[in-house]
Structure formats: structure tokens, C-alpha cells
Design a binder for this molecule. Structure first.
Ligand code: NZQ
Ligand code: ZN
Length: 395
């Protein structure tokens, strides 16, 4: 077991954080040399809130031409990406401004790859080849969750087979991310809480690893997890609490920009892989899907890393350790699930409103193992049978 592995930490995104941060978007985008911008957005929340109109007005005032493409859905679809690529090429757009959450930003990244490279953009998500360029992208974030505003990844769902696949490449990192916590006041509670779970998971996936001791990175991770849990509870009853929105929003970016993985082996990521198949097949909210499978995954693998699960219990769930590490680890898993429950998040797939048949479990396991060609996870390497067992436990 190695501690403090070598690492690269690359966060080129300019962050503009706080009240009214989006006000000068026209002037800002000009500094990045944009001549014609594709404004990309989702199902309508930005129209309803008036944000889209304000952004368009700011671009017009700064003398920047733009076109718009809305309609990105959660678990963003490849067909919308193709539409965006065609539109950008036709209109010669040279910058993409994503206004929304992970789905819109991920769709923008995929369009960016598609415009800047020849051939089918899906090849990158199937890991058939590597992108050599990407259109520049900026984001105005409206939900704290996926961390795409500072991450190097993009997750797209191909309707042909309902395959949800990710592609990571530093080329797509946002040039800037505008984060005004007030823009998240209009979120439905379920999306707020689902986002908080996702933020926690991006750090948990890295924290539960097979690395040795890392005081600095572990300390940052533990503080981040405690902060998100505390503020998720505040937002449950006080959704317009600026400080709580701000804490969660900043945690969302730090949780997935690589910071909480520095010096680790990269982390586990099995829960994410398990969720991606649920998201692809059943279109569930990503964070809620993670909450539904995490406890079952943890109980399946914790024996392989009892010390770290026990550390989580003591330093994040603040449980007093007993002499029995197994009991400590299990108590931590239970406390984490109790937290999910307390904020209205699921802890089983049934809680998501899905009752899986045995056939569906095997289909999910087959897809998750890429047709039995790969294992997932690092705490314990999980093959197709393990994956099916976890879906059964999470049922
Ligand atoms: O489409 P609109 O109308 O905007 O509604 C959205 C959507 O229904 C709504 N919403 C967003 N901001 C709002 C708002 N409603 C009211 N007021 C606001 N201010 O929230 C819903 C969810 O939006 P979405 O963008 O899907 O949320 P999230 O940020 O959780 O993104 C989830 C996607 O990101 C992927 C997930 O798999 C999923 O597809 N991920 C991306 C990652 C990355 N690129 O680094 C990492 C993550 O692990 C994750 O896999
Ligand atoms: Zn996630």
C-alpha cells in the first residue's frame, strides 16, 4: 500500500463566485476572444428565472453575437449533442456558454469535442480514440452537484442501447465558471439534496481507496464531507440560506476538480459505475441513484479496507470508536445511510421507485462490466457477479 502517490493537479478554470457574479458575462466572454457564442441550456428553468434573458442582454451589450440551443435533459442525450455540433458548424460558433448544471455543461463539452474533431464524437465516449481539441467552454452554474464546471469529464447517454458513458480529457475544462449561489434558490428540494449526495460521493469515491495515509488530502476530504452534510440539512428547511448555498456550491467544485484525490490511487468509483447504468436505463437523478447503491456497495467491500471505513465513521460521522474496527466501519455505513434518509434521499433502488427483476439485474451487471470485459472498483475489484450481487443487495 503506497502513501502519497505522485500526482498532477490541473485546475485552469477561472472561478467567479458570489452574488451578481453573472452580471458582467458579456464583458467576460469577450476577454476569451469569443466572436459567436452558442448559449446552451436545459429544460426551461433558466427561462423561467429570467437568467437566460439577462445573459443574452449582457452579450448584446458587449457586441457579441450568439445563437441558442435549449432542451438538454438530465442524463444528457447524444442526439442533442449531434444537433449542437451541426448548429455550431452551420453558424460558425467559436465558444460555448453552458447555463445550467452537469447535464448542460457535459452536453456543451461533447459538442465542443464534436465540432473540433472529425468523425463521430461518440468514439471518444467508447474510448475508441482520443480528442485532440475542444471548443472553448464557459459555464454559469445553476445547481451545485456534478462539479462539471471544474472537472475534466463529460457524461453522455446514447439513446441507441441507453448507454451512459463518460469521457475525461483536460481539453474540455471550462475556461471560466460563474457561481452565484443565489441562482440555486429555485431548485426543487429533491435536486438540491441529490446534488449534495453527488458532491459527497465525488470525495467519498476518492477517500475510500487502497492508498496509504495522507493527512493533508484526508483532512480536506473530511472537512468537505462534514460541511456538505451540515449544510444539506440546513437547506432542507431553509432553501434560501445564502451561506448554506455558498458552502455547498464551493464544495461541489472542490470535490470534483481533483483536489480531494491528490496523492491517492485515484479512488474507487464503483458506485458511480453502478449508478451510471441505472441512470442510462431508468433515467434517475444521478445523486439519488448514488445514494441508492452506496450502502450496499459499502457493505459488500468494507472488509477490504476496514481501517478507512472506520476512519470515515470517526472523522466524518463523528462516531466514538469502539475496540472493534468492523463494528466501527459498519456503524459508519449505517450513519451515512441515516443521513441520506434524513434529507429525503433513497437508500435502495426500490426507494427510487424501481423494482428490479432478476433479468434487469443481469442486464445492468452486463452493461456495467462492458459485456463481462472489465472489473470496476479499487477497494475491491468487482466482476460481473459481484456487480449483480450489489444490485441485488441494493434492490
Ligand atoms: O433543465 P432545467 O429546466 O434547467 O432543470 C434542471 C434539471 O431538471 C434542474 N435545475 C438546474 N438548475 C436549476 C434547476 N431547477 C430550478 N432552478 C435551478 N437553478 O435540475 C435538474 C437537474 O439538472 P442536471 O444538470 O441534470 O443536474 P446535475 O448537475 O446533477 O447533473 C447531472 C448529470 O451530470 C453527470 C451525471 O451523470 C448526470 O448526467 N455527471 C457529470 C460529471 C462531470 N461531468 O464531471 C460527474 C458526475 O459524477 C456526474 O456523473
Ligand atoms: Zn457524480
Amino acid at each position: 500500500m503506497k502513501s502519497f502517490e505522485n500526482f498532477e493537479y490541473f485546475t485552469p478554470t477561472k472561478v467567479i463566485f458570489g452574488k451578481n457574479a453573472e452580471q458582467e458575462i458579456g464583458t467576460l466572454i469577450k476577454t476569451f476572444g469569443a466572436k459567436k457564442v452558442l448559449i446552451h441550456y436545459g429544460g426551461g428553468s433558466v427561462i423561467k428565472s429570467g437568467l437566460l434573458d439577462r445573459v443574452c442582454a449582457s452579450l448584446t451589450e458587449a457586441g457579441i453575437a450568439y445563437i441558442t440551443l435549449g432542451g438538454v435533459v438530465p442524463n444528457p442525450r447524444l442526439s442533442k449533442v449531434y444537433e449542437g455540433i451541426d448548429l455550431c458548424r452551420r453558424e460558425q460558433a467559436d465558444f460555448i456558454l453552458a447555463i445550467g448544471g452537469g447535464s448542460v455543461i457535459d452536453s456543451a463539452k461533447a459538442i465542443g469535442y464534436g465540432v473540433a474533431n472529425d468523425g463521430d464524437v461518440w468514439d471518444f465516449y467508447e474510448k475508441k480514440r482520443t480528442a485532440s481539441a475542444c471548443l472553448p467552454i464557459g459555464a454559469i452554474l445553476t445547481i451545485a452537484a456534478a462539479g462539471s464546471e471544474m472537472s475534466n469529464s463529460s457524461v453522455i447517454t446514447n439513446e441507441n442501447g441507453w448507454l451512459k458513458r463518460g469521457y475525461s480529457n483536460n481539453l474540455s475544462r471550462c475556461k471560466f465558471a460563474i457561481m452565484n449561489p443565489e441562482l440555486t434558490y429555485t431548485l426543487p428540494d429533491y435536486q438540491t439534496q441529490s446534488g449534495c449526495v453527488d458532491i459527497m460521493m465525488h470525495t467519498l469515491e476518492r477517500y475510500l481507496n487502497q492508498s496509504g495515509n495522507m493527512e493533508m488530502t484526508d483532512g480536506i476530504s473530511e472537512a468537505l464531507l462534514r460541511t456538505v452534510m451540515k449544510n444539506a440539512k440546513i437547506l432542507k428547511t431553509d432553501p434560501n440560506n445564502y451561506e448554506a448555498r455558498a458552502e455547498v456550491m464551493w464544495a461541489g467544485s472542490l470535490s470534483h476538480n481533483g483536489l480531494t484525490g491528490c496523492g491517492t490511487d485515484g479512488g474507487d468509483w464503483a458506485s458511480h459505475q453502478l449508478e451510471h447504468e441505472l441512470g442510462g436505463m431508468f433515467d434517475v437523478a444521478h445523486g439519488a441513484g448514488l445514494a441508492a447503491v452506496w450502502g450496499s456497495w459499502a457493505r459488500y467491500v468494507f472488509h477490504d479496507r476496514i481501517d478507512r471505513f472506520a476512519k470515515l465513521a470517526a472523522n466524518v460521522l463523528m462516531l466514538t470508536p469502539t475496540d472493534d474496527p468492523t463494528q466501527n466501519a459498519l456503524a459508519g455505513i449505517e450513519a451515512m445511510e441515516a443521513h441520506f434518509h434524513s434529507v429525503g434521499m433513497p437508500t435502495s433502488i426500490h426507494d427510487l421507485g424501481i423494482d428490479l427483476s432478476e433479468e434487469q439485474i443481469m442486464t445492468l451487471a452486463d452493461k456495467c462490466s462492458f459485456g463481462r470485459t472489465r472489473t470496476i472498483g479499487i477497494v475491491r475489484k468487482l466482476d460481473t457477479e459481484d456487480i449483480a450481487n450489489i444490485y441485488r443487495m441494493a434492490k
